[in-house]
Ligand binder design. Structure first.
Ligand SMILES: [Mn+2]
Length: 233
């Protein structure tokens, strides 16, 4: 079955809890991760290593979050968003000091440390802006058909991926957005912003980020086939 997993933000224990629960019930899972693997939580490096290893055992799709996107610009990966401001400045205001600590270095050394680790560099270099199949569309921020086609068909260096990486769904988007008959899965915007601590179900939209980094927040996953949700302990 296909499992869509929200924003991990360096919380290795919450990732482990969610994966353990899924793997206890599904021996052939496919994972679609909604991005924002790093920053804020204590264990970004362990999270990335776990995901690299998970990808060797199971089918995994890894989307890019805005935090990952800023790091990708610093790493000068082969494709990514080009921001017209200093990504390190923005990252440092958003929990990157913990990412650096997890890699055992200071914020200015993270790029060199990751570039020296071929597996970790390859992970960031492989992140996608969008996942689309016959009945699923998954994106970090919000779906927009024009932005999506730009990201899919000109995937090298893209300016201002405001929709796909940075925007937050409005109530009206949650209640009315459609892309054919696909279910649209989103990270990035904690459900707490919409006064819920659980995955939010619109007619076609699902909000999967249950605020792993917030006080009392959790990491959640949702099974596309059953709509069952799994939440970190
Ligand atoms: Mn985000």
């Amino acid at each position: 079955m296909r499992w869509i997993i929200g924003d991990i933000h360096g919380y290795f224990d919450k990732l482990t809890s969610v994966l353990d629960q899924i793997l206890a019930t599904d021996s052939e899972p496919t994972f679609i991760f909604l991005g924002d693997y790093i920053d804020r939580g204590p264990d970004s490096k362990k999270v990335i290593t776990r995901l690299i290893n998970l990808d060797k055992e199971y089918k995994c799709h890894f989307l890019m979050g805005n935090h990952d996107s800023m790091l990708c610009q610093m790493l000068d990966t082969s494709h990514g968003e080009m921001m017209n401001y200093d990504p390190l400045d923005c990252l440092m205001r958003n929990g990157f000091a913990n990412t650096a600590s997890s890699y055992g270095c200071g914020p200015n050394e993270v790029v060199d440390v990751i570039k020296a680790d071929a597996d970790h560099f390859a992970f960031f270099d492989s992140l996608k802006f969008l996942y689309v199949d016959e009945d699923i569309c998954a994106v970090h921020g919000i779906f927009d058909e024009t932005a999506a086609s730009e990201a899919l068909y000109h995937p090298k260096k893209v300016y201002a991926l405001d929709y796909l990486l940075w925007s937050r769904p409005t109530e009206s988007y949650i209640n009315s957005m459609r892309y054919g008959d696909r279910i649209l899965y989103h990270g990035h915007s904690p459900t707490q912003l919409y006064n819920s601590d659980k995955v939010i179900f619109g007619p076609y939209v699902r909000m999967v980020d249950t605020g792993s980094f917030l006080p009392g927040g959790t990491l959640s996953a949702i099974c596309h086939e059953t709509s069952i949700t799994v939440t970190s302990n």
